[in-house]
Design a protein around this ligand. Structure first.
Ligand code: 5HY
Length: 246
């Protein structure tokens, strides 16, 4: 099985970290191909960054060709619906994956993400996925996404402190890490705090394997229908539906 794991931001070191985590989570016989767009934001922190990362997601999917499954490795599940429209194989977002798996191990969970500006999009996704009743709160740790790439940053300490508050104040029974860049912290934070701490990258890889192994393809009966053939103008011409690219 071959899974394309797309980091929608353009920070190669984060793609490398995400790829290593995906390979560690994958089953024997699953090949992980981790990529990021060459164009777009170096980190996704809010709606404006998000929108400029989506064309790159579609371009990477087109460049990779047919895969057994795709993972969108940005916790906002950036471009998930567009990616599902472009694909036949299943497309799994790390946020949605982590939310669902958290409901299987805990009655209620909290999310600890990066900056406050990232919280509304995650809250909206929980409503969209029908899971907001199971999430007590989406918390910001006041950590910039790229600080997670700095070896001596305060990121881990700030994330751990916010997890402590989620357990004490929210009575969260599990924690979902709200950034792909946090992927390497889940196991140690779970040991430190004594509750399940879920990393969306690992959750999404395992769910992608399961969905693909069941032979399930993305439904084209509704909103994920194959895009209608039409010529896009200007910069996006290369991504025009039907141009054999997307
Ligand atoms: C992510 N941003 O997982 C999100 C998290 C966030 O560049 N990768 C990013 O802060 O929204």
């Amino acid at each position: 099985m071959r899974i394309l794991v797309i980091n929608p931001n353009t920070t190669a070191s984060m793609t490398d970290k995400i790829g290593k985590a995906a390979m560690a989570a994958a089953s024997p016989g699953t090949e992980i191909v981790a990529v990021n767009p060459k164009d777009g934001p170096p980190s996704i922190e809010g709606y404006f960054d998000e929108v400029f990362s989506v064309p790159g997601i579609i371009a990477e999917m087109a460049r990779a060709g047919d895969m057994d499954a795709y993972v969108i490795a940005c916790f906002d599940d950036t471009g998930l619906e567009a990616a599902r429209s472009a694909a036949v194989s299943p497309v799994i977002g790390i946020g949605e994956a982590a939310f669902h798996l958290a409901t299987l191990v805990a009655g209620k969970f909290s999310v600890v993400t990066t900056l406050a500006r990232s919280v509304p999009a995650i809250e909206h996704n929980l409503v969209k996925y029908g899971l907001s009743a199971r999430c007590v709160r989406v918390r910001a740790s006041d950590v910039a996404v790229l600080d997670l790439q700095l070896p001596n940053s305060e990121a881990r300490r700030k994330i751990s402190a916010e997890i402590g508050r989620a357990i004490t104040e929210d009575r969260a029974e599990a924690i979902v890490l709200g950034c792909a860049g946090m992927t390497a912290l889940a196991d140690e934070l779970s040991r430190e705090h004594g509750v399940p701490v879920l990393d969306g990258v690992a959750c999404a890889v395992r769910l992608a394997e399961a969905v693909a192994a069941l032979g399930l393809k993305t439904s084209k009966a509704g909103g994920y229908a194959t895009p209608l053939v039409k010529p896009y103008a200007g910069l996006f011409a290369v991504l025009s539906p039907g141009a054999g690219k997307a």
